[in-house]
Ligand binder design. Structure first.
Ligand SMILES: C[S@@+](CC[C@H](N)C(=O)[O-])C[C@H]1O[C@@H](n2cnc3c(N)ncnc32)[C@H](O)[C@@H]1O
Length: 374
């Protein structure tokens, strides 16, 4: 079956997602602001859930249309082929959001969409009442500038939930963003990665998973595993395929440190749960005393922004000191994500390149300092 998909993502991660989806064999991949659209079959549905490192979730795109009135919304929804997915026993709750549109009441949109889907399914399935005791088909809607997109979620819990991070420190970076930082840093399986303010160790764990080509969703389940349209063998086959793609015997090593002993304990536990303790070494250290174990390395770090963990003066002082230890020298590159717009001034050097990213709702930049000669 040819299926249209939509992937919502953190702003700034559209390009890595488009690339990973193409590599997975998805077709017609198109990046938009905050989401990526693509097509594929049932295998791609399972593969994207198991293997996507940067997406928030994988949704089946049922259809899109323009709506200015509740009648437009009702008729547009009713026209779509919901019966391809939703059977007479299945659950189909509705949730979503509306932005910059004539239809702004989310709860009204929610009930109108539900009513329209029920009307459609009543006629097709020849029933008057839906018990909704079967598999979950979570309907999601987005209305932006009067354009309605209707989707069914295939993932369940967000794809950033890999399963290894059961605890985190005060300001953890989202797993999808941490993985993307490693992508932007072009981290390879022969590199050495450092995160000298590692908190719960997300960047180190995601970096190691990336270079080892470990599929992030290998050890979790997805809503669509209960769908009759996607046979169990497909999920088994896709998990096997992902497992076979893992790299072993690599020289990659990662080093994490932090001044918070409790955060380090969490980081160690998380790395162990991900099965990666052999690759990552942790120590309790101040980042301003950064003295690496190797003569080449890639530093990827998410320091406090002067919002949640430190006040602004303390953060500024920290950035100034980091500029003194993250020196421009052969074999070293530095990637620092922060919301502080004056970062370069405080750090003391202009970045070779900057990239706008969002850490949740916080607008950040990734300041990239390449290796000498790159
Ligand atoms: C934004 S958090 C990092 C979160 C981390 N990326 C994660 O996913 O959990 C910043 C971390 O910097 C640590 N930190 C603050 N000042 C430090 C310093 N001078 N040296 C080392 N670590 C420091 C804090 O303890 C905190 O864990």
């Amino acid at each position: 079956m040819n299926i249209d998909f939509a992937v919502p993502c953190l702003l700034g991660l559209e390009a890595p997602i488009a690339e990973e989806l193409r590599d997975m064999g998805a077709s017609d991949v198109r990046a938009e602001n905050g989401r990526v659209l693509f097509s594929g079959d049932e295998h791609i549905l399972a593969r994207a859930n198991i293997c996507s490192r940067y997406s928030e979730r994988i949704q089946v795109l049922i259809g899109s249309f323009e709506a200015h009135t509740f009648e437009d919304l009702f008729q547009g929804t009713k026209k779509l082929p919901w019966e391809i997915w939703i059977g007479r026993e299945d659950k189909f709750p509705v949730k979503g959001y509306s932005l910059n549109s004539d239809l702004f009441s989310v709860s009204d949109c929610q009930s109108i969409i539900k009513k329209a889907v029920v009307e459609r399914l009543k006629a097709v399935h020849k029933v008057q009442w839906f018990k909704e005791t079967g598999a979950l088909y979570q309907i999601q809607f987005s209305i932006m500038k009067n354009k309605v997109s209707l989707l069914i979620d295939t993932s369940g819990a967000g794809l950033h939930k890999r399963g290894y991070r059961t605890r985190a420190n005060a300001a953890p970076i989202k797993e999808t963003l941490a993985a993307a930082l490693c992508y932007f840093a072009k981290l390879k399986d022969f590199h050495t990665l450092y995160d000298p303010m590692c908190g719960s160790g997300t960047i180190l764990t995601e970096g190691t998973m990336l270079v080892k080509n470990i599929a992030p969703g290998l050890n979790r389940s997805f809503t669509a595993e209960n769908w009759k349209q996607i046979p169990k063998e497909i999920w088994i086959g896709e998990r096997e395929r992902a497992k076979n793609g893992e790299k072993h015997d690599i020289s990659f090593r990662a080093y994490g440190s932090d001044t918070d002993a409790l955060a380090l304990k969490t980081a160690k536990d998380n790395a162990e749960r991900a099965g990666l303790s052999d690759y990552i070494t942790f120590s309790c250290r101040d980042a301003v005393d950064f003295s690496p174990e190797t003569d080449r390395g890639t530093v990827i770090v998410n320091p406090p922004y002067g919002e949640r963990l430190m006040n602004e003066t303390e953060a500024s002082e920290l950035y100034r000191k980091l500029g003194g230890v993250f020196t421009s020298k052969r074999g070293w590159s530095y990637y620092i994500i922060t919301a502080d717009e004056d970062f370069e001034k405080k750090f003391g050097r202009k970045a070779d390149k900057r990239r706008k990213l969002y850490n949740g709702m916080i607008k950040c930049q990734l300041y990239m300092y390449f290796k000498n000669g790159d």
